[in-house]
Design a protein around this ligand. Structure first.
Ligand code: SF4
Length: 353
């Protein structure tokens, strides 16, 4: 984040966005302004929201992400499970925001992304959290799935921009409007987007976002253009740059390979890092059904997404990995196949909130 920039918030990120929200590619256009009687802690009892588009607790209309303008955070703590150049020894300063604009059916953080577990905090409190994480030794401020709250998040960043000396990481699903990425130029040092799907039918099936690649393929080059090539400190920590994450999904290695070819053909060489991930574990709606009926095709997995109810095979990951190597996409990180463990998901217990 540029420390001495004037506080001139781009209008596309102003709080007026909450009145007709177009913060993400879904561009719902709804007013997310909440009435004040919603409980301050959003828990499991509130997960059965009305499917009609109004929030049963607030009465306000909601968009796809189902978030009001009340800033909900599920956890703010040092986090060891990002790439080594982000976690370092002490960990990234991870702030997990509740809700998500993408809402993948297999999300490892389902309780916060879909059920929006979290506690309401003020912008001032979020700014204090940033400083506390820095005092605890965080390598960076790791904003995890923040798009739906951007007007609040950048106000908090503005409050501490003269005291924050560690980089700001924008950790997102890659489903972003290029205009929003552009507006964040003075706030974000490190972009950490996923690049999830090439095929619109996969994106529609798993994330209800058939236009995922259309947006991600514009947003990610914009991130690279803004951040410039990766800059590492002498301590081995990333100061600025872009890391593109790709999680190999069961049965989707052909899509992964198409994405690698797109990266090779369309992204500037040497200007970004690849993080190729094998850690997929069935979770959320892709988790094995507790009520599976043997013989009905659901005994081994989710009824809606049976193809996702397993980990990836060694063949699937290695064929994707070998493609990356063959294409020369070797700057970055790869995981051992044994990395598929639930322990990558931290407990969402309001720690640090
Ligand atoms: S942030 Fe939420 S309400 Fe706003 S456009 Fe995206 S999905 Fe819709």
């Amino acid at each position: 984040m540029k420390p001495n920039q004037p506080m001139n918030i781009p209008s596309i990120l102003s709080e007026e966005q909450y009145s007709a929200c177009r913060l993400c590619p879904r561009q719902c256009g709804v007013s997310r302004t909440a009435r004040r009687e919603e409980p301050a802690v959003r828990g499991a009892l509130l997960k059965d929201d009305s499917p009609t588009g109004s929030d049963s607790a607030t009465g306000s209309r909601l968009g796809y992400c189902r978030c009001s303008d009340r800033l909900l955070v599920a956890r703010a703590a040092l986090h060891q499970w990002e790439e080594p150049c982000l976690s370092g020894v002490s960990g990234s300063g991870a702030v997990f925001f509740s809700g998500c604009t993408l809402g993948c059916c297999f999300c490892q953080n389902y309780a916060i992304s879909h059920e929006r577990f979290g506690m309401e905090i003020t912008v001032r409190r979020l700014a204090d959290i940033f400083l506390q994480l820095q005092e605890q030794g965080a390598c960076n401020i790791d904003l995890i799935t923040a798009t739906q709250y951007l007007p609040s998040v950048i106000k908090a960043l503005d409050l501490v921009r003269d005291r924050l000396t560690i980089p700001v990481v924008y950790n997102c699903g890659g489903y972003e409007r290029p205009e929003i990425v552009r507006a964040l130029a003075d706030y974000v040092d490190i972009w950490l987007p996923d690049l999830k799907y090439f095929d619109p039918s996969l994106a529609a099936r798993y994330s209800q976002a058939g236009d995922y690649f259309t947006f991600a393929s514009q947003a990610i080059p914009q991130m690279i253009a803004q951040a410039g090539p990766p800059v590492m400190g002498e301590d081995g920590l990333l100061r600025s740059g872009v890391i593109i994450r790709h999680l190999v999904l069961p049965g989707a290695r052909a899509d992964s390979i198409r994405l690698l070819h797109w990266m090779k053909d369309n992204l500037p060489e040497g200007k970004w890092l690849l993080s190729l991930m094998s850690q997929y574990t069935p979770a959320g709606e892709a988790a094995p059904s507790p009520h599976a009926v043997p013989g009905e095709g659901s005994a081994t997995g989710s009824r809606r997404f049976p193809e996702l109810a397993r980990r990836i095979t060694t063949f699937e990951y290695e064929s994707v990995l070998n493609t990356a190597i063959d294409l020369g996409l070797t700057e970055g990180y790869m995981q051992h196949k044994s990395s598929a463990k639930e322990e990558y998901t931290p407990p969402f217990n309001l720690e640090g909130v």
